[in-house]
Write a protein of this length. Structure first.
Length: 169
């Protein structure tokens, strides 16, 4: 199968950046969940450094995902031609709901992921060592982490369903 430029952008948007986001999320979740103040200073510093890198990688990849989705892939989807994916979805009665529900939700919910991940990045950077000592702060950071992941998963699953129904190749 040969991909067009639109197809390559879609692969970058969903698969490459999505994979970076998921890997960074998994690492950040592990680091944040196991952060302990009792560790030796070098071990504690190493885990904090990894946590910061993973959280910021998650935020950057989330921003790149929504920017490429909104400003590169989305215009191709929304094109006014009869061959556009949106037109194809709306032409089939059973798939019209996929556009009216999934695409509208995807457009808006997906923007929450980078906003929440960036807020988490600032919290982890600003409070650093305090995250280990203050349980309420670590729990708040964990909530932001999970909410960012959930928003990204909702956008990703809806995007997958739309792409599966009318691929941009």
């Amino acid at each position: 199968m040969k991909l067009t430029m639109e197809g390559w952008w879609t692969v970058l948007h969903g698969f490459v950046l999505g994979l970076v986001f998921l890997l960074a999320f998994a690492g950040a979740l592990m680091n944040l969940g196991t952060l302990r103040h009792e560790w030796t200073p070098p071990e504690f510093a190493r885990v904090l450094r990894r946590l910061k890198i993973r959280v910021w990688a998650m935020a950057v990849s989330a921003w790149l995902m929504v920017i490429t989705g909104t400003y590169i892939s989305y215009p191709w989807y929304r094109a006014s031609s009869p061959a556009s994916p949106k037109s194809k979805l709306l032409a089939v009665h059973d798939l019209a709901a996929l556009h009216t529900f999934a695409m509208e939700w995807k457009e808006h919910v997906a923007w929450a992921a980078p906003i929440l991940a960036t807020a988490l990045g600032f919290i982890v950077t600003y409070y650093s060592a305090e995250l280990a000592a203050r349980n309420e702060l670590r729990r708040a950071a964990m909530v932001l982490l999970v909410l960012s992941f959930v928003a990204s998963v909702i956008g990703g699953v809806l995007g997958f369903l739309i792409y599966k129904a009318v691929p941009i190749l």
